[in-house]
Structures are given as structure tokens and as C-alpha cells.
Design a protein. Sequence first.
Length: 133
Amino acid sequence: MLHRDYLLEIIAQFVQVVMAALRRAVLEGNSESVTEVEDAVAALLDLDPQTAMNLSPDSLVTMMLLSGLGDSLASYVSYALDRVGDAYDNMGDHKTAQLRWDQAEAVAESFGYDQSVIPEEFQELDDELAAAD
């Protein structure tokens, strides 16, 4: 029970940070906010941000598997990386955008997460981002 409560608290903190940063990153094109999201993903996985964001999609999945929390975190990580990819694409950095989309897809596929299903905690943000397109 304690492990579950801890995990829920970590996820809640992650969602809060990511929602605020993604709003600024996607809606305002704020590049510093993109880094905030990437840092939050890395922290969630207990990895150095520079290392985590430069991993190949398969290597990122391997690190999630090794953490033992991949199943619990896959939907959140995949969603965040996918939206960060959108932010990079909007800023004209198509190479980094493609890497983030590939990372998001690899996480989703490896952990059986359907990327068309938005994590409940991100639904309001997703609706807001979709309306801005």
C-alpha cells in the first residue's frame, strides 16, 4: 500500500509539472518549458535529463523496464513525450520532434499503451491543446 501511495504521489507531482510546462511549450512555443517537461520525464524515470532525452527509443524502454515502474508510468511518459514532440515540431526542430515521437511510440508499444487513449489526468490539457490547433 505504501508503494502504491508513493507512486500515486510521484505521478500527481509529474502531472502537475508537465501540465503547466506543456501549456507554455505548445501554446506559447516556450523552449525552456519543453526542457521542463523533458526534465520531469527524466526525473520520473530517475535518470539524468541529458542522458534520458538522448536515448534511442529502445534504450529508453530498456531503462523503464529496469526501473520496474514502466507499466505504471508508460501512459504518462508516452503522452508527455508525444506532446513535447509536437512542441519541437511547432518550433521548427523536426529532428528532435521525430525522436520524441519515436520515443513515445516505443514506450507505448512496449508497455501495451494505446496512444489514442489520453491519460485521465491529461484530458483537460489535451482538449485545450487540441482547441488551439
